[in-house]
Structure formats: structure tokens, C-alpha cells
Design a protein around this ligand. Sequence first.
Ligand SMILES: [Zn+2]
Ligand SMILES: [Zn+2]
Length: 338
Amino acid sequence: MTTSDGTVQGRTQTFGSAPRNRAFTVVLLGDGFTAAQQTDFNTACKDFVNALTATAPYDELAPAINIWRVNVTSTDSGADDPAGAGSTGATARTYFDSTFGANGIRRLLVCNNSTVLQTAAAQVPVFSAAIVVVNSTVYGGSGGSVGTYSLASGATEIAIHEAGHTAYGLADEYPYYAGGNETGHDHHPAGEPSEPNVTLNTDRTTLKWGWAVAANTALPTMSNPNCATVDSRPSTVPTGTVGTFEGAHYYHCGAHRPEYTCKMPELGVPFCRVCRQVIWNRIGPLATLPARDRTPISVVARYPEHLDVFAAAADGRTMSNWWDATGGWAGWFQLGIT
Ligand SMILES: [Zn+2]
Ligand SMILES: [Zn+2]
């Protein structure tokens, strides 16, 4: 239940060659792996690396990503699974004290966040996100200040979803809380969510992802005809259309998500255009443009106090940065990724 239930063995870099001061650094820490099970943790970390670096936009951002694993032994294998619907009632003595069943929901897997953050900082001082790999095949995960996931089938998809919360503050885009057509989740309460990928607003001119919506896409794009349940109709627009789709942020109605599908409401599908851009905006500025010495750069001074800078990379990507007298340099952004 505490750090007396295990030992930190040390760190190993498992992916990346970015300079440590210009990298997005993920630290994976094991919980509920006994000393004899450390190779299982190592295998899980390898699976995470393979899945993350094959997922857009991480595939393109790989030159700016470093991934470390921190091997930690636990006295017992597994995690706590407190008594409740479908649970085993198991308890396990583990270093980070991982447990299923937070808020009475079995799939919510949490751990001792302060121990995780302290351990990650001691092992990999420049880390960007800490994710705990929990040695259990019970389905679960969560994405607060620390991400967690278990080794249920599809584990790496859970891990990438939870990292979306932990590293970028992305919201859950799914339109329910406890798994279906529950009561009390018909209408999203008033108040615009702070996250970049859910909204109550369907006004084209003020929509937070309005930049991604084509002029000929209707807003709202899909509205839920029956707020008592999740709208389970198929999409009425082609895959990849960005608009406003009602049903998001744990509610059947009132809140909208940017595309019909995305990894934040649903595992096994790509991130939507908006979530991809949020990830890109965080990691992209750390990446060095390929063929930088031959990259054509143009600079436009729009006003005396504002400069726009555009760089076309050898691979066709266009990056932009700008300088403003009040805000200084904004950082590099990629324009028009698909
Ligand atoms: Zn989530
Ligand atoms: Zn999304």
C-alpha cells in the first residue's frame, strides 16, 4: 500500500534521441509488477512505444519525443479492486498503491499521484508526462496529473487516450459517464468547458475550433434527437468532417465534439483534427525542421508591432511563428496538417 511495498530499480531510455532540453519526455512507471515480472513491464513499455509512434500526429513528431521507463518492483502482483459490481475485492501491496473503482466506477484506475510525480522527477528530471502501467488485465485507466492504464486488451489505446488528458488537458468527448443511457446526463450544465476539444457553442464565428470547419459544413453538424439517450445513429457526413456533433463531455445533449469519432470518445480510431492540432502545438515547437539549412523562410510585417514568419520544410510542411510587440514570439505552429 506504500513505498515500503517495493523498490525503485532505475531508469532506462526506451525511445528517442531528442536533446533533453528540447524534448517531449514521457516517463512510464510500473506498478504491481513483482521483481520476477519486470520483463513483463519492459514488454508493455515496448508495446507503448510502438503504438504511440505509429499514431498521428506522434508519428511525425517522433524526432522531438523521448520515452523512458522506470522499473519499480512491488511486493504483490496486480492492483486493488475494491468490492463493487463485477470486482474481485482483491487487494495488492504495490509501490504506487494503484486501485480500480475510483468514484464507484470500476474502470477508473488511480494511484498515489504524489509518489508517482516524486519518483518520476527523481529519475527523469525533465519529464513532460508521467504514466503508470498497472499490471492487471482488468480494463481501466485515468488521466489526471498522472496517467494510468492497465494491461487489458487494447491497453496501448487506453494509454494514448489517457495521455491525451494528462499531457494536453484534452476532455473526454464521449456522451455518457458511467457507460450508457444513465439518468442525470441528458443535458450538459451551463458553462463553457475549458478544454479545447468540447464546447457548448455552435456559432461558426466564435466556435473555438472554427478554424477547422469548412464553410459548407452545417453547424450544428449533428444534433441528438433524443436527449434521454446517447445518439447512436451513424454519421451523416464523410469521415474527417470537422463541425459540431452533439453528445460529448459525459452528456447526451448540450455539449459538442469536433468530429463524429476521435480517440478521446472512442478507442481504436485516429485522433480528430482538433485533438491532433492540440498535440502538435505542444510538441511541434520542440522539433527541428528537416533540412533547416535549406528551408526557405519568408517574413511578413503586418504592422510595425507584428511580424509573421513562414518556413516551408523540405517535406512540404509549412510552419509559422509570429512576433508581437506585446507578447513576443509565439512559438512554431504547423499550418494545414491533415
Ligand atoms: Zn478519458
Ligand atoms: Zn478529438
